[in-house]
Design a protein around this ligand. Structure first.
Ligand code: DGL
Length: 271
């Protein structure tokens, strides 16, 4: 096999604090069915949304090293909390060794391209605290008015299967019913768990607000970068692999819901 063919056949590594990033992994697989995926969910340390930026950077470095050891041509940081805290550190640390894609930039690009006036952002505490969305949106689109809010109850609520019901309606209402969000014309779901409640949020907002998430836009960014680097795989020859750092049956059950297909989790104890 030539060096180019060998490079194209390498895997795409994808990681998240847990299983939320499976929404991104599934979108990538649908866009690029020839690619082989190696997923790592750091279930031993979730949630990242409550951790300090230093802790998230430390976990992200270790996971990226693990994925590089599996020979990944690209690593997708399928977690907003890790993308906001660790992307620049990973670029510096692994310069020239692999390609990195974060989930923040594609979403910022999508929302600024459409030039909305009033943009709402909901995410974990870590992502909101970093101000990354507000800063990046304002940098590209000065006129935008950005309202950001941490919504820490949403990720555990979704993981526990509480959506499309009274509990989720009440939590969504508590957050999105606030006056700051009254005039938004776009809402960014800046957490990889939230695509599971996208339809519920759209309905809550009476379909009057454009709700954007980081599934298709990230898959599209992955596809464009691989094409630009001439690294698209011609054919997938192996089954995708899904690792977690701490296995429970409940993670496996929920993982299927997030990925939207039957998958098996394997334990990789990298700590
Ligand atoms: N998936 C993570 C994100 O996108 C949220 C879950 C967590 O707090 O670990 O930020």
């Amino acid at each position: 096999m030539t060096d180019t063919a060998h490079a194209r056949n390498k895997s795409i590594g994808i990681f998240d604090s847990g299983i939320g990033g499976l929404t991104v992994a599934n979108a990538i697989q649908k866009h690029l069915p020839n690619e082989h995926l190696i997923y790592f969910g750091d279930t031993a340390h979730l949630p990242y949304g409550d951790k300090s930026a230093d802790a998230i950077r430390f976990y992200s470095l270790k996971i990226s090293k693990f994925l590089l050891d599996q020979n990944c041509k690209m690593i997708v940081i399928a977690c907003n909390s890790a993308s906001s805290a660790a992307y620049n550190t990973l670029l510096d640390f692994f310069e020239g060794k692999t390609l990195f894609v974060n989930v923040v930039d594609p979403l910022v690009e999508a929302v600024t391209d459409r030039a909305y006036d009033n943009i709402g952002v909901i995410a974990t505490k870590a992502t909101i605290r970093s101000n990354i969305y507000r800063d990046k949106i304002k940098h590209k689109l000065q006129k935008a008015n950005v309202q950001s809010m941490p919504t820490p109850l949403l990720a555990p609520m979704i993981e526990e299967g509480f959506y499309k019901g009274n509990i989720s309606h009440s939590v969504i209402d508590t957050y999105l019913g606030r006056s700051e969000f009254k005039d938004i014309d776009a809402l960014l779901l800046a957490c990889t768990h939230y695509p599971l409640i996208k339809m519920e949020i759209e309905a809550y907002l009476d379909h009057k607000v454009d709700v954007l998430d980081s599934t298709d836009v990230v898959a599209d960014a992955v596809s464009r970068l691989l094409m630009r680097e001439d690294l698209l795989s011609p054919k997938r020859t192996k089954k995708n692999v899904f690792y977690v750092s701490d296995y429970t049956q409940s993670f496996e059950d929920t993982a299927k819901v997030f990925y939207g297909e039957e998958i098996e989790l394997e334990t990789a104890n990298i700590w």
